[in-house]
Ligand binder design. Sequence first.
Ligand code: HEM
Length: 211
Amino acid sequence: MIAAQVYTFYALGYEAITSTLGFLLYQLALNPVIQDKVVAEIIEMLKKHNEEITVQGILDLSYTGKVLDETLRMYPVVPNLRRKSTKIYKIPNTNLKIENGQFIRISVLGIHYDEKIYPRPEVFDPERFSLENVKARHECSYLPFGLGPGHCIAKHYAQVLSRVCLVKLLSQFQVEPSKNTPRQVEYDPIRSVLYPKGRFPLHFVKRKASY
Ligand code: HEM
């Protein structure tokens, strides 16, 4: 039982966070204005906390949080959820019926790219996650960590760890696209999580002043 739990934590946790951070850095490389805003927030936070990474400092990174949210909207590493129906359900305006006990897949990727919920879904826009915009949407319109009793056990840990990695990295390095950076992401079909196919080269340029 312990071995199974350790495997689940490793497999779900490690791949999910590295993949998410990879997609996030890719978007920051393509969107330098957004990157500058993230870096400004990180530097401000480090100054306020005597150059130390503190829990409060990490929680205060609200714009960086929005950038993470938008990354997981565009690239939900678990692109569909598995559920078992507990009652018969007729899907409105269709002839389709889900039977009691039937296994179903919920397309998180499909929901996150629904234009009625997220206009111009292919555009990376962290402001979709301003407080007002989040409040205006149904809670099921954003499912990167799933929902309900089986939702990701490590949601908050993953968010804190990702922010710590970004502080360490972006306070030292500027991330830029290279001539080989793809402008369109293709996914690797053999991975269990959403993962880019092939190489994903980015340049890391050391900042003149380190913070
Ligand atoms: C960005 C990072 C992560 C994302 C996007 C993510 C996403 C998810 C999703 C979508 C599920 C399925 C939820 C559902 O069916 O409703 C899940 C389950 C799970 N995740 Fe994560 N995860 C992340 C990081 C982690 C980390 C770091 C760990 C462990 C250290 C972890 C451990 C687990 C476990 C154990 C489950 C199964 C929970 C259960 O079945 O009760 N995840 N995760």
